[in-house]
Write a protein that binds this ligand. Sequence first.
Ligand code: THU
Length: 132
Amino acid sequence: MDAPSIEEATGLLEQARVVAGRAYAPYSNFRVGAVAVTDSGDRFEGANVENAAHPSALCAEASATGAAISSGARRISTMAVISLDVQGVVPCGQCRQRMAEFGVEWIVLESPGGPEIVTLQDLLPRSFEYWE
Ligand code: THU
């Protein structure tokens, strides 16, 4: 898939910002929103969802991936992610691996000059693959 245009990336970050406003993050106060774009162009939203048992927190990217996959999608091309509390948040290691499973190529991040588009390959070279 082609990389998102700057206009599309800007729109994705704006949408992700709205989603971040719905995060449930009473423990970290670190609100994150993500938008997953499938290969067919559909968008799925996710926010982080924390829990009193802290390791049970669900990342925004995991939420968005779950929404996309639960809808029947199997390939995600782009993931946009933003935090309301820190500029330039990048996906955690576990989410990088999770995104690799579904073919994510492009990650849209917030940077001071506007959207920054990086590849998952840059963030996670030599991702783990399973085969039998
Ligand atoms: N978090 C995300 O939602 N995405 C990331 O890429 C990094 C971390 C969430 C998990 C937790 O609710 C909070 O941010 C602090 O780690």
